[in-house]
Design a protein around this ligand. Structure first.
Ligand SMILES: Nc1nc2c(ncn2[C@@H]2O[C@H](COP(=O)(O)OP(=O)(O)O)[C@@H](O)[C@H]2O)c(=O)[nH]1
Ligand SMILES: [Mg+2]
Length: 286
């Protein structure tokens, strides 16, 4: 049974009537003469068989400059539905398997100054995007969603996932001297310069192993981004977020096997802090 933190109207099986969706807050208009130019915003949407959920997600998207849908080889109409809903959408096909690889491929194609990552299943609410943008414009390099900040919550997280996430967050906070309240959550936004720090591989071919995934290609991607952001001393702001239930279909995540991948990610990324800082300094000097 999912644990529900806050009672919300049940959106499962809801027929989405766009006319009743609350007015979508526009992101700021073009600047006055001489003011800082507005950052361009790219939204990256990894999707694996989400045709039924995309109408709901896209109906709630505020105006952004670019939407990149990364298809994981969906066998339903995900791509056709996305194109019908948003004729201007860019569709990218990932080169390996897993959500992490999908994000790496989407990030590599993004042209915006700010990159926002959201899910295609209706659990991350696009109406929250302006909050993430605000955190970035107020000085953060990385705006990290958190379900465990005071006004956040989740209708989707199970007891097991909640407990695992808490233990893993505590472990990371000790090892990486962070104060993360939610390590394994996939709603984040960041300035494009952070991609240097994330250093993701979007080009290598699929390895010849059982699952066709390289390290970082799975759901451990969220932890990987958080750890590399911390190690590079990026300015990180947690943004309260409410995670809704997936609308249709079932999660692709396995709490146990993916939890172990997260744990191994922590072990692999943990190195003496100085080495991490030196790597970033070298990268910045290039
Ligand atoms: N392209 C792509 N998207 C994926 C893959 N695995 C999951 N996703 C997408 O990633 C998002 C989150 O996945 P989900 O299965 O809901 O995991 P959960 O939210 O952690 O339970 C959804 O939009 C999925 O469609 C994948 O292998 N490739
Ligand atoms: Mg989900």
């Amino acid at each position: 049974m999912p644990t529900v933190d806050r009672v919300l109207p049940d959106e499962t099986d809801a027929v989405i009537d766009i006319s009743v969706i609350p007015a979508i807050p526009d992101l700021p208009d073009d600047p006055e003469d001489g003011a800082e130019p507005e950052p361009r915003i790219s939204v990256i949407v990894p999707a694996l068989n989400e045709a039924q959920n995309l109408p709901h997600v896209f109906a709630r998207l505020p105006q952004v400059d670019e939407i990149v849908l990364v298809d994981g080889g969906s066998t339903d109409d995900t791509v056709a539905v996305a194109r019908r809903l948003r004729p201007d959408i860019r569709v990218v096909v990932q080169n390996r398997k897993g959500k992490g690889n999908a994000l790496a491929c989407g990030f590599a194609e993004a042209t915006g100054d700010i990159i926002v990552m959201i899910d295609a299943d209706g659990s991350t609410d696009p109406l929250e995007i302006p909050r993430f943008i605000e955190a970035l414009r107020e000085g953060a390099d990385f705006a990290k969603g958190s379900r465990f900040q005071p006004t956040g919550g989740s209708a989707d997280i199970t007891r097991l996932r909640r407990a695992g996430n808490k233990c893993l967050s505590m472990l990371v906070n000790v090892l990486f001297r962070t104060r993360y309240s939610d390590l394994c959550y996939g709603y984040n936004a960041f300035w494009a310069h952070c991609l240097d720090v994330f250093d993701l591989d979007s080009t290598s071919p699929a390895p010849d192993n059982a699952d066709g995934r390289l390290w970082g290609d799975g759901f451990e991607i969220e932890t990987l981004l958080n750890l590399r952001a911390a190690r590079a001393d990026l300015k990180i702001t947690e943004v309260a977020s409410f995670e809704h239930n997936r609308i249709h279909g079932v999660s692709n995540l396995n709490a146990l096997t993916d939890g172990v991948r997260v744990l191994r990610t922590i072990a692999r990324e943990w190195r003496p802090r100085k080495a991490g800082s030196r790597r970033v300094a070298e990268r910045q000097a290039r």
